[in-house]
Design a protein around this ligand. Structure first.
Ligand code: CUA
Length: 189
C-alpha cells in the first residue's frame, strides 16, 4: 500500500511531467513538418515544377522544336531568348551554348535516352533531364565568360566525359548574331 508523498509517488509525478514535455515537443515538430508540407504544396501549385511538358523521345530528331536545326540559342518572335538543347549518352547537343549577358535566358532541354542533368558552372542553373519531359528554367547570367556544363546525373559508363560549355557574351554581340532568327552556338565547325 502506498502512502501519499512517498518516494514512488514523487518519481511517478516526475516521469509523467517529462512525458508530457516530450509529447508537447514532438507535437510541435509534427505540426511544423505538416505546416512545411502545406506551405510548399500551396507554393508549388502557384509555381508548377518544370517537368510538366511532355515530348516523345522517339520522334525528337524528326519533328518538333528539338530537331537538330532548331537547337542552340535564338530570339523568339516575342523577344524571349531561348536556348534549346538535347542530352544523350554521352554528349549535349549543341556542345557549346552561347547566351547573352544580363538578359533572361530560358533553357528548354530534354533527353533522348536516359536521365541526364546539368549545372552551369557555379551559377544556379541546374536541372534534371528526364526522357519524355521538357525541362525548362529561366536564368540571367550577370557576367561574360565561359562556364563548364557537366552532366550531373549518373547516366552510364561515359557519364564523367559528358559535358558542354556555356559562353556568356555581351548582349549586343548576341543580338547581332541571333538577330536574323538564327540559332546561335559556339560549336566549332
Ligand atoms: Cu549524362 Cu551523366
Amino acid at each position: 500500500m502506498s502512502v501519499a508523498g512517498s518516494p514512488s509517488d514523487d518519481s511517478h509525478a516526475i516521469a509523467a511531467a517529462a512525458e508530457r514535455r516530450w509529447a508537447i515537443i514532438v507535437g510541435v515538430i509534427i505540426a511544423l513538418l505538416v505546416a512545411m508540407m502545406v506551405l510548399t504544396g500551396v507554393q508549388w501549385a502557384a509555381m508548377p515544377p518544370s517537368r510538366v511538358e511532355t515530348v516523345d523521345p522517339r520522334t525528337l530528331h524528326i519533328s518538333g522544336e528539338f530537331v537538330e536545326g532548331n537547337l542552340g540559342t535564338g530570339i523568339e518572335t516575342d523577344g524571349r531568348v531561348i536556348a534549346r538543347l538535347v542530352a544523350q549518352q554521352y554528349s549535349f547537343e549543341p556542345q557549346c551554348i552561347v547566351v547573352p549577358e544580363k538578359t533572361p535566358v530560358t533553357f528548354r532541354a530534354t533527353s533522348t535516352d536516359v536521365v541526364h542533368g546539368f549545372v552551369v558552372g557555379t551559377t544556379n542553373a541546374n536541372v534534371m533531364l528526364v526522357p519524355g519531359f521538357v525541362a525548362t528554367f529561366t536564368t540571367t547570367f550577370q557576367k561574360t565568360g565561359e562556364h563548364l556544363m557537366p552532366c550531373h546525373e549518373y547516366c552510364g559508363t561515359g557519364h564523367e566525359a559528358m559535358w558542354a560549355r556555356v559562353q556568356v557574351v555581351p548582349a549586343n554581340e548576341f543580338l547581332t548574331r541571333a538577330g536574323r532568327g538564327e540559332r546561335v552556338s559556339c560549336v566549332r565547325r
